[in-house]
Design a protein around this ligand. Structure first.
Ligand SMILES: *Cc1c(COP(=O)(O)O)cnc(C)c1O
Length: 221
């Protein structure tokens, strides 16, 4: 089997399992540009990267109608570049970063679509705060009021990563609650980015609108 056939088969398997209105984002981090081009040829337009340099390089190599998502930990000194190449940031969890994105977006005369990343681990870890990324659900209200009114940022929804060693269903339910909560400030922010290769079917059952899949389509990294 060629690489293109392999990717095509896996992509078809995933597409057969998800509702038509689900946004499938293929996570191409660590995979070569040739794989991204194969995906593009198969009709994929949404690609996600975790690192600035890799995203900048791949986005420059693909046609303009490809849509680029940044979902990694944000480093402040990389934001200028990230805002330049990406259309969506899934990993916004700091007001300082939000203010900087707002400034940079205005300079570039563009709007950056942002998901607020929520830390879903508290639930799994018995209410103990964890050090994984994301705004703690209890801090969400303050975060939302801090971010509202920032020009150049369109809040489109919430993003979460399922807990490591727990069934993900309850965590995704929490994310859905967070989604409802932010909609009282941002009525159009109805998107829920949740679900990776190992838990996307559960995420879809619990309200995900966007899934981010890497290994189930491209193989192990
Ligand atoms: C790597 C990554 C994914 C994709 O993970 P797979 O298990 O390869 O599907 C999705 N979301 C985030 C935030 C990631 O870092």
């Amino acid at each position: 089997m060629t690489r293109a056939e392999e990717i095509s088969t896996r992509l078809a398997e995933v597409r057969a399992q998800i509702p038509k209105d689900t946004k499938l984002i293929v996570v191409t981090k660590t995979f070569p540009i040739s794989d991204v081009e194969i995906l593009y040829g198969l009709g994929v337009r949404d690609f996600a990267e975790n690192r600035d340099a890799e995203g900048a390089e791949k986005s420059a190599a693909l046609p303009d109608d490809a849509i680029w998502h940044f979902q990694g930990a944000i480093q402040s000194n990389k934001l200028k570049s990230i805002v330049n190449w990406c259309d969506y940031i899934h990993s916004l969890d700091s007001l300082e970063h939000a203010r900087k994105i707002s400034q940079l977006a205005q300079q570039l005369n563009k709007t950056v679509n942002c998901f607020i990343q929520v830390n879903l681990d508290r639930l799994a870890e018995n209410e103990k705060p964890s050090n994984r990324s994301g705004v703690n659900p209890t801090d969400l209200e303050g975060f939302v009021s801090g971010i509202s009114g920032l020009a150049g940022i369109e809040v489109v929804g919430v993003m979460g990563v399922g807990p490591l060693n727990e069934p993900p269903g309850p965590a995704f339910d929490l994310l859905r609650k967070c989604s409802a909560q932010i909609q009282s400030t941002f009525p159009r922010a109805r998107s829920i980015s949740a679900g990776m290769s190992n838990d996307y079917l559960t995420a879809l059952k619990h309200g995900a609108t966007h899934i981010r899949l890497g290994s189930s389509i491209l193989g192990t990294r």
